[in-house]
Design a binder for this molecule. Sequence first.
Ligand code: 1GP
Length: 248
Amino acid sequence: MSIYSQLKAARKTSKKLFAVLVDPDKTDERAAETIAKASAEAGVDFLFVGSSLLMNSSLDSCLQVLKKHCSIPLVLFPGNTMQISDHADAILFLSLISGRNADMLIGKQVLAAPLLKTSSLEVVSTGYMLIDPGHLTSVTYMSNTLPIPHDKNDIAVSTAWAGELLGLKLLYMDAGSGARHTISRSMIEAVSKNVDMPLIVGGGIKTPEKALELCTAGADVIVVGNYIEKDPGIISEIADAIHSFQVS
Ligand code: 1GP
């Protein structure tokens, strides 16, 4: 089954999924092996792989190590056009629809398109929305865009509708890696009940309780990166919480 089919099926059946984010810049071979094995044991659904920067050319080797130690689908979550590799299974083809930087809306995508047309990657068109966590994050700085204000649910819903009307297949609402505040429950609820696309939510999630709370609000996939780098031991606790979700 394709990655997108899995996401659509999950949304339809209210099955919640867990993606562990691996940043190749911060993950050496040993750490990648640890994360892959812990994720396999915990029943993690996807490994997202990407970085705001990619300071060293570690993407291919990181993907190879992850693939060697688990069979979880590897999904590229690229910070720029250098982060494309056929060692992954799929790529989130992001358009930063919360921003007004033409390069992030369509420029980078034009550069990546010839590579993607000849690659074996499943390409999933994704509306990427940055939500303000109240401080400057790497992704906000690197993308040179203004995030959607934390409490402006109407702007978030209108942006999501625009993405849907443009034909995007997936929505990723992100407070940014290491965000001090996650996206609010009320904003996730507002967006989730107004669009049909599968909804990915990430940024600043550090506890199983918060992951479950955001699933209850309407997230279909929860992404956690930063806090797993600090303590891979929490992978199984967060996975259990997300997979325990039941419609009430
Ligand atoms: C960042 O949504 C991801 O783009 C995950 O955020 O690293 O804070 O978990 P964290």
